[in-house]
Design a protein. Structure first.
Length: 138
């Protein structure tokens, strides 16, 4: 990952004007769809339980899409490389307990969802640091 541009340059001035929370939210919304395309959750796993799977899976999609916003509005822990993964993990953890309890899903689904959420949080925070040169919005 490259370091931010030196202070006083045109790139540094532009970076200072972009709100950190806006950058994080935009990155999170752009990247939050990737896990859905790779591993789900799959609505059919809930349909067999007489739950409307097409509606149920939106809990996971919404949580992933919120990771960027939550990274952007939090300030602790200060370093992006700690906050990003922590927020990603914490945002999806409650839903992964549902994955753990779902027949045909269990621990593998929980693991993939937590891994992708942690990676997404890391990517959001890291890319926001590259774009803005800041660890957080504070």
């Amino acid at each position: 990952m490259q370091a931010p541009a030196p202070e006083g340059t045109a790139a540094a001035t532009l970076r200072q004007r972009i709100p950190y929370v806006v950058v994080c939210t935009a990155i999170g919304l752009a990247l939050g769809w990737i896990p859905m395309l790779l591993h789900g959750p799959i609505p059919e796993k809930y349909n067999v339980l007489y739950i409307r799977g097409a509606v149920a899976v939106w809990g996971w999609y919404t949580a992933r899409l919120l990771i960027g916003l939550i990274v952007g509005i939090t300030w602790w822990p200060r370093p992006w490389y700690l906050r990003g993964p922590l927020i990603g993990f914490m945002t999806l953890f409650p839903l992964t307990l549902v994955s753990l309890a779902t027949p045909g899903c269990g621990a593998p689904c929980m693991g993939w969802n937590l891994t992708s959420a942690t990676a997404l949080g890391t990517l959001v925070a890291g890319l926001a640091w590259v774009v803005t040169g800041r660890h957080n919005g504070a």
